[in-house]
Design a binder for this molecule. Structure first.
Ligand SMILES: C[S@@+](CC[C@H](N)C(=O)[O-])C[C@H]1O[C@@H](n2cnc3c(N)ncnc32)[C@H](O)[C@@H]1O
Length: 270
């Protein structure tokens, strides 16, 4: 039976809580909206230098990008605009979107005329024309969207041929290890208390198995080009040797590059 979940409260990292899977839950309000509204300023203040972002996730994601100069790029789940700024500074025409009004405000402040920033929910159809982007970049935002069939279909739709999708998400193994009582094969809503941005914030997200990352991508028509399980950089080690050692043994993020090929694939034999 369908039921509505209660909108999550922004509650004052790492204390874990597990919630049973919510196979048939309808959530109209984006699950992480309140949490990101609560930590937007703190996130914006730290994201340029915080080791997990600056010396782990970002170098890996940037290493997957195709040439961006002269390309039209969608930064999906842009947060305060670090990637959007990098893209604009490297010659791209950037449209950035985020569901959090505070993040949109902060991104506008940071970007000025460098990019267009809009508020939008990645769980909903995108208000962009078919084939209007050369690249979609989505860093650490898809963990908050349950239905990846829809979001990858939408990314595929708005991309030209050829067009690239580069994204990073929590590594399925890392997310599973947080909830050892869970069933690895489920996609489920869980919560994690973030303590790395000042006041702790209880952050909802979806954990899912590796197959639920890759299959919706392929079904949407993308071809997988690169699959990166990154290692933290030397700068990370200098800033946080303890977590560096852990991330050298256990993955934290997964970074993927996929392409909407230049030509339609041949029809499958019947
Ligand atoms: C971890 S932050 C990453 C921000 C940015 N990509 C970066 O790497 O700095 C996740 C972002 O995803 C946004 N987000 C969460 N759910 C979303 C949704 N349903 N639609 C669009 N953005 C969403 C949040 O507001 C937040 O800004």
């Amino acid at each position: 039976m369908l039921h509505r979940e209660h909108w999550p409260l922004a509650i004052p990292w790492k204390q874990l809580s597990f919630e049973h899977r919510q196979e048939s839950t309808i959530s109209e309000k984006p699950i992480a909206l309140d949490a990101y509204e609560a930590l937007a300023e703190a996130y914006a203040a730290r994201v340029d230098t915080k080791p997990h972002n600056a010396y782990y996730e970002r170098p890996a994601t940037l290493s997957l990008l195709p040439e961006v100069a002269g390309k039209r790029v969608l930064a999906a789940g842009c947060g305060p605009g670090v990637y959007a700024e990098w893209l604009a500074d490297h010659g791209a025409e950037v449209v950035a979107l985020d569901v959090s009004p505070k993040m949109v405000h902060l991104a506008k402040q940071r970007l000025g005329a460098k990019a267009r920033v809009v508020q939008a929910d990645l769980a909903q159809p995108l208000h962009f024309a078919d084939g209007s982007f050369d690249l979609v970049l989505s860093a650490l935002a898809l963990d908050y969207v349950r239905d990846w069939d829809q979001v990858f279909r939408e990314f595929h739709r708005v991309l030209r041929r050829p067009g690239h999708l580069v994204f990073s998400v929590g590594h399925p193994l890392a997310d599973y290890l947080l909830y050892p009582e869970a069933n690895y094969f489920d996609t489920e809503l869980v919560h994690y208390t973030w303590k790395g941005f000042g006041t702790p914030v209880r952050m909802p997200f979806y954990r899912r198995p590796l197959g639920a990352v890759i299959n919706p991508l392929l079904q949407a028509g993308f071809v997988l080009e690169r699959f990166l399980e990154p290692l933290p950089t030397e700068q990370f080690r200098q800033q946080d040797p303890e977590r560096y050692e852990k991330l050298c043994r256990e993955p934290g993020f997964l970074n993927i590059r996929a392409v909407k090929p230049a030509h339609l694939p041949p029809p499958r034999p019947t």
